[in-house]
Write a new protein. Structure first.
Length: 388
């Protein structure tokens, strides 16, 4: 790392710009980006001390290191030949190279591609190429074990899109060339995409993976194989990760989900409530997780499960029921006296969580959770739980 950057690494970038101006703009950008993206890219910055951010936007748009490691895990062979067709900063490509893959990283922005070439110059099996990926797949004349692509969630006019064939580039239009140059295609897509619609657009799909954290779904990954026929029922996976790795991996098919038949009811104090992770919900596993675990559901559209047993492997958060009350005036008026501090969550309920919090007169807390829900008979309930 440049000595000037090292000497000012803990200084305020805004003050540095005022003092040093354009002469040190590039160095100040590095200080700012290293601070801003330390949590996102910490291990990469430690492993590559001379890592350079070509623009602030490139850091913002880059894959986080934990998610890049997940993408790399989708490559089945450790010594596979891989082409990353929308490399950007090259974080995904670097993660794959760290697993022993021979990686070609394609980036159309010449400034970003040049920085990527410098950043990974000493990484074995890493090649940076400046090209538009559509032209590259048409003319490269090479064959890869795996192609990875992360199309922009905006069209050519910059408008946000929510279908795979509307992204930039349009992966569906590239499929004939992609089938020719690789055996496996991995597409990182928006979490807003509909799973069923995506499967119709990608007839070679073997897996669709909803990937998220315990609080949000981050992306939808589609794995296509061109070297073997596609299954009649592609595998759908809901994968939840944190900084330490995979927390939950729930796999099923659409036929499995369609065949599940939940039972319905209302929990009692002492029982456990299970709230599926966002990736599970995105994947469309609305019935199966609870049915497989012998749990009951509150309502077809209230996606909470409950039962007398504590399950540590359910793909979601778990809570212990403290109190179950009908949503009635006498309970609303007295609720805050018994539970002045409680996190409020509304599920299939006609009052939003913020409005209900004000109506009950409670404030947020970390140790208790109130689920305002609709039960199987259409009645409304206030289910107070404690975190497990």
């Amino acid at each position: 790392m440049d000595p000037w950057i090292i000497s000012h690494i803990n200084d305020d970038p805004a003050r540095l710009r005022l003092k040093y101006g354009a002469e040190y703009a590039r160095d100040i950008l590095q200080i700012e980006c290293r601070r801003k993206y330390a949590a996102k890219l910490g291990p990469v910055l430690e492993q590559l001390p001379d890592f350079e951010f070509p623009t602030a936007l490139s850091g913002e748009q880059s894959t986080s290191w934990p998610l890049a490691q997940w993408h790399a895990s989708l490559v089945r062979k450790p010594d596979a030949t891989v082409v990353d067709l929308t490399a950007g900063l090259g974080i995904d490509a670097y993660a794959m190279a760290c697993r022993g893959c021979r990686v070609t990283a394609v980036e159309r922005d010449s400034e970003v591609a040049a920085a990527m070439s410098r950043n990974y110059a000493g990484v074995a099996g890493f090649e940076a190429v400046c090209a538009d990926c559509r032209e590259y797949v048409r003319t490269c004349g090479r064959h890869f074990d795996v192609a990875f692509i992360d199309p922009a969630r905006r069209d050519a006019a910059g408008r946000r899109v929510f279908a795979l064939d509307g992204c930039e580039p349009d992966v569906t239009a590239m499929l004939p060339d992609l089938r020719r140059i690789c055996d496996t295609l991995i597409v990182k897509a928006s979490p807003m995409l509909d799973v069923a619609h995506t499967l119709r657009l990608m007839p070679d799909a073997h897996q669709v993976i909803a990937l998220g954290t315990t609080t949000e779904c981050k992306e939808l990954d589609v794995v296509c194989r061109f070297d073997v026929p596609a299954p009649e029922q592609p595998l759908i996976r809901a994968v939840t990760v944190n900084a330490g790795g995979v927390v939950s991996d729930f796999a099923f098919t659409r036929a499995d989900e369609a065949a599940a038949e939940p039972r319905y009811g209302v929990p009692r104090p002492g029982e456990y409530v299970y709230d599926p992770y966002p990736a599970v919900m995105k994947a469309g596993a609305l019935k199966l997780p609870g049915c497989l675990n012998g749990l009951s559901k509150l309502h077809a559209n209230t996606h909470l499960w409950f039962g007398p047993q504590e399950l540590t492997d359910f793909p979601g958060h778990r809570f212990r029921v403290v109190e179950v009350l009908p949503y009635a005036s006498k309970h609303i008026k007295r609720y805050a006296a018994a539970h002045p501090r409680v996190n409020v969550t509304a599920r299939n309920f006609d009052v939003a969580a913020d409005a209900l919090r004000r109506k009950l007169g409670v404030t947020d807390a970390s140790d208790q959770r109130l689920f305002a829900v609709t039960g199987p008979d259409g009645a409304k309930y206030l289910i107070t739980c404690e975190n497990v």
